[in-house]
Design a protein around this ligand. Structure first.
Ligand SMILES: *Cc1c(COP(=O)(O)O)cnc(C)c1O
Length: 404
């Protein structure tokens, strides 16, 4: 008789956003005439940049004639896209990353979930707390986390790195040495950014202790402070200890189009095994590439016009971030983030529990956010609002919160 992968039974509850969805639809059913404003899920609302649309149309037309039709893409992605990435995202920032160290994919969520496959089952992982849930859950599925302890709200074999107001929501080096460390900056959910100096201490730590860093830079386009690193490869020695994940979702609005990439430097080896070769093998075996038309759309993001349009798009959301952060602060709330990231991490008033504040905001202001506790034990007492709404909805949400 077949058996299931019992690690799945070790996953906790339903996915955070399904619980939110259920609560919101229950509220809507009970109050059909009340318009709800959603500043919860991290999905974008603005259309794709014009350069991307033009590139998509052109690529679709190419698929219509035998001379220009494309079938399977090369395993790592098309050279035109990988070169544009290497030149613009890395060489232009002084990082020595070449096209053959870049693996094009259909997004950073899949990559962050899949990358753990090339590591041993007994590796100990470390995650920030609060954390993007995919890093933990994908390791639960692989059986790497140990059992869940409901009292502590933690998995027994995971090393949690508390991110609190006291450390500016940037994790401190752990006392127990992890094998694999997940870092995400600018951070989802806290909106915190990391300085080059602090990131360098993580790189030095990883190199010294033989740990690997998985660096999720999905929000690098939101960095406003010019002194902050956009890539972990801006730190010395990162090419021997770090894999970087990137996405076209939050900068260029590809959440529905799907495109991302993973950087695995050739210098990254475990003993004498190249991680670049392992990931190439995994990619070639289990994945057949992002669509040609989408890779052309990705290339268009690196044209001069595309870059300007993306700056404008990011600017649109960052104006919301500013409105939310300044609006809430003026109302007497304590709000973090929202300067180098599209997330505002709000301290709930009067030490309200995160889910209580969620219910309160939904029922009294008809505004949906995300309870901080859904991202980890140290998220309790916090609440995430996103800047991905429209200006109109963002202003309206703030007006409603002001009347509470
Ligand atoms: C949105 C997001 C991603 C990007 O996911 P895609 O699959 O590329 O859409 C990656 N990491 C974090 C932390 C995110 O919030």
């Amino acid at each position: 008789m077949y058996r299931i992968n019992e690690n799945y039974l070790n996953l906790q509850g339903s996915y955070l956003f399904s619980t939110i969805g259920r609560k919101v639809s229950a509220f809507q059913t009970a109050n059909p005439d009340v318009p709800v404003i959603r500043l919860g899920i991290g999905d974008v609302t603005q259309p794709l940049p014009p350069s991307v649309i033009t590139a998509l149309h052109k690529a679709v037309d190419e698929m219509a004639s035998a001379e220009t039709f494309r079938g399977y893409a090369p395993d790592l992605g098309y050279e035109f896209l990988r070169s544009a990435i290497a030149d613009n995202d890395y060489k232009a920032r002084g990082c020595d990353i070449s096209a053959d160290e870049i693996f094009v994919s259909d997004g950073a969520k899949c990559d962050s979930g899949n990358i753990q496959e090339i590591f041993s089952d007994d590796c100990r992982i470390a995650v920030c707390d609060p954390v993007y849930p995919v890093y933990v859950d994908s390791n639960v599925m692989a059986g790497r986390t140990g059992l869940f302890d409901p009292a502590a709200g933690n998995y027994s074999r995971v090393i949690y790195l508390p991110c609190t107001a006291d450390n500016d929501f940037v994790a401190e080096l752990p006392s127990e040495v992890p094998d694999i460390i997940y870092l995400c900056f600018p951070n989802n959910p806290t909106g915190a950014a990391i300085t080059r100096e602090r990131l360098q201490t993580w790189v030095d730590y990883a190199n010294k202790n033989g740990s690997l860093i998985i660096y999720d830079a999905a929000y690098e386009a939101y960095i406003a402070d010019e002194t902050l690193p956009h890539s972990i490869y801006e730190c010395d020695g990162a090419e021997t200890c770090a894999i970087e994940l990137r996405s076209f979702s939050k900068n260029a609005g590809f959440t529905g189009l799907r495109l991302g990439f993973t950087v695995v430097p050739k210098a990254l080896t475990c003993g004498d095994v190249s991680l670049n070769s392992l990931w190439a093998r995994r990619h070639g075996t289990k994945y057949n590439g992002a669509p040609y038309i989408v890779q052309r759309a990705g290339e268009a993001c690196y044209s001069e016009a595309g870059k300007a349009e993306i700056r404008e798009l990011v600017g649109y959301y960052m104006e919301n971030a500013r409105l939310i952060r300044e609006g809430l602060t003026a109302m007497g709330y304590t709000a973090y983030g929202g300067v180098n990231a599209p997330y505002i991490w709000l301290k709930t008033p009067d030490d309200m529990k995160s889910w209580d504040f969620f219910d309160y905001l939904l029922e009294k202001a008809h505004v949906v956010g995300t309870p901080g506790s859904g991202f980890g034990a140290h998220g309790e007492g916090y609440f995430r609002l996103t800047a991905f709404g429209t200006h109109e909805n963002t202003r309206a949400a703030l007006d409603r919160i002001r009347t509470l």
